[in-house]
Design a protein around this ligand. Structure first.
Ligand code: TRP
Length: 489
């Protein structure tokens, strides 16, 4: 059902299925498959996971509904939707800052997201190569990289890092595909990609998880992911990481759910849809842990595994987990070449449906604001993001020791990690905080309640969460996460 034409009117998704797939596609991405396992690993496993789930349920879901409500009311870019709702409520249009901060956040995420997207494409290529030689050598049922020693496989990521041209070329390829999809429009590009790639993603994800549970070290994984030191539960940095990860993973505080909500038709039940998006995204994050760690643990020697599980040795962390530890692990898994290829194709699908959303958030605003065509805007903004990302990718190369911000949470970080930290730990939480205050206190309640599809007890609960719990908890976590010395004192 199309909304009334007029100021700010946008295209609509062609079906509710398309909306859910596009929104889930934006949410499920490198955040679930790379960032979540990495953050869980470096923040004490279980303590982080528990706080992450708390943040998803108590903060993520209410803010998700708030953002889609703003979008569907505004039927415009995220920034214009907020200012329209503010005006209709007799308030200052400057509240649009809530969406502006988020939009900038999404844009900065895109810059480095595409660099990693490029690595994913590269590794998919490596496995295609390996499959070809496995087929000709008749070793398809054995592990990947037959005949190579594991140090060489582990160092493939390092080799890629040393090869700046290759890294930038792959980043360019990934960004070009992203630009192409966004340029084709909401129904002509974004939605088409989502309705094909996301169902395929879920099939591959299911198959790989079952394979991993059957052939890998599953019980060890359970004890790693769900046991924790209680002392880390109240660590403000763990809490800020978990909040940042929850927002990042659900694509919140980054203008996107407002933008995609604007394309939702009047008969879409936003509360129900938000619930579906939230549960799909969270399940993928947790299950990704259950799919990745068994493969990794199975490839360790029993002694090493025991040391890792007892905390004597660190869990493989960060980007190395997916791009170095995992390829080595595929070496010992039966059918490793094929599984490895399917794995990286799956990650590519998830990453692409997220990167198009990351670009769409600013394209939908800029093309209206400056009155330029969608495709032109996508090209210009995409190329600028490419340039920033290309510079940041030298953090793995000649700029590895360039650590320009030696204070607070930025201390010791290179450009690449600065982009991730400033977005995840500052911009997304600030945007989500402003959205919660705006919907909880500033916007006209009648307008909000007419959009959200809630009534009775659930409406009262949501109002309490968005007006009280979300702002207070986000503000507290942000404050103590940024200035931890204040409580350590
Ligand atoms: N949710 C995405 C992921 O998990 C990352 C992301 C954060 C995002 N904010 C976004 C994607 C906004 C699209 C739009 O990988």
């Amino acid at each position: 059902m199309a909304g009334p034409a007029g100021v700010g009117h946008t295209e609509n998704w062609s079906s509710r299925f398309a909306f859910v797939m596009a929104a889930v596609g934006s949410a499920v991405g490198l955040g679930n498959l790379v960032r979540f396992p990495a953050e869980a690993g470096s923040n004490g496993g279980g303590a982080f996971v528990i706080f992450y789930i708390f943040c998803v349920v108590m903060i993520g879901l209410p803010v998700l509904l708030a953002e889609t409500v703003i979008g569907r009311y505004g039927k415009s870019s995220a920034v214009d939707s907020v200012s329209k709702l503010a005006r209709a409520s007799g308030r200052s249009p400057l509240w649009a800052a809530a969406a502006f901060v988020g939009m900038l956040g999404a844009y900065f995420i895109l810059t480095y997201y595409s660099v990693i997207g490029g690595w994913v494409v590269y590794f998919a290529g490596v496995f295609v190569d390996d499959m070809a030689s496995a087929v000709s050598g008749g070793t398809l049922t054995q592990g990947a990289f037959a005949g190579q020693n594991s140090e060489d496989v582990a160092s493939m990521l390092g080799t890629l890092h040393g090869n700046a041209e290759m890294m930038v070329a792959m980043h360019a390829l990934f960004m070009a595909i992203t630009i192409f999809v966004v340029a084709r429009g909401v129904t002509g590009g974004i939605e088409k990609v989502a309705v094909w790639l996301m169902p395929t993603f879920f099939l591959l994800f299911l198959a790989i998880t079952v394979y991993s549970m059957l052939t890998g070290a599953f019980t060890e994984t359970l004890s790693f992911l769900f046991s924790f030191e209680p002392s880390r539960l109240l660590d403000p940095n763990v809490m800020l990481s978990a909040l940042g990860q929850a927002l990042f993973s659900l694509s919140l505080g980054s203008a996107l759910m407002i933008t995609y909500g604007a394309y939702a038709s009047a008969d879409t039940d936003l509360a129900k849809t938000s619930g579906m998006i939230g549960s799909a995204d969270t399940s993928v994050a947790i299950i990704a842990g259950l799919a990745i760690f068994p493969i990794v643990f199975a490839a360790m020697t029993p002694d090493l595994l025991a040391e890792v599980l007892s905390g004597e040795k660190p869990v493989p962390q960060g980007l190395g987990l997916m791009f170095s530890t995992l390829p080595v692990s595929f070496q010992t898994m039966p059918g490793g070449s094929l599984i490895g290829l399917l794995f990286f194709v799956m990650v590519f699908f998830a990453a692409l449906t997220s990167s198009v959303a990351l670009l769409e958030a600013s394209v939908s605003w800029a093309s209206r604001q400056f009155n330029i065509s969608r495709s032109m805007t996508a090209v210009v903004l995409g190329l600028m993001a490419f340039a920033i990302g290309a510079v940041a990718s030298f953090s793995f190369n000649t700029l590895a020791d360039f650590k320009p911000l030696p204070f607070g949470i930025f201390d010791g970080l290179e450009l690449f990690s600065i982009l991730d930290t400033v977005t995840g730990k500052i911009m997304l939480p600030v945007s989500a905080l402003l959205v919660a205050i705006f919907v909880g206190w500033i916007a006209d309640k009648r307008i909000i309640n007419a959009q959200n599809g809630l009534s009775g007890g659930t409406l009262a609960l949501w109002r309490f969460l968005i007006a009280w719990l979300c702002p207070l908890v986000i503000a507290a976590i942000l404050f103590f996460g940024l200035f931890p010395n204040l409580i350590k004192g």
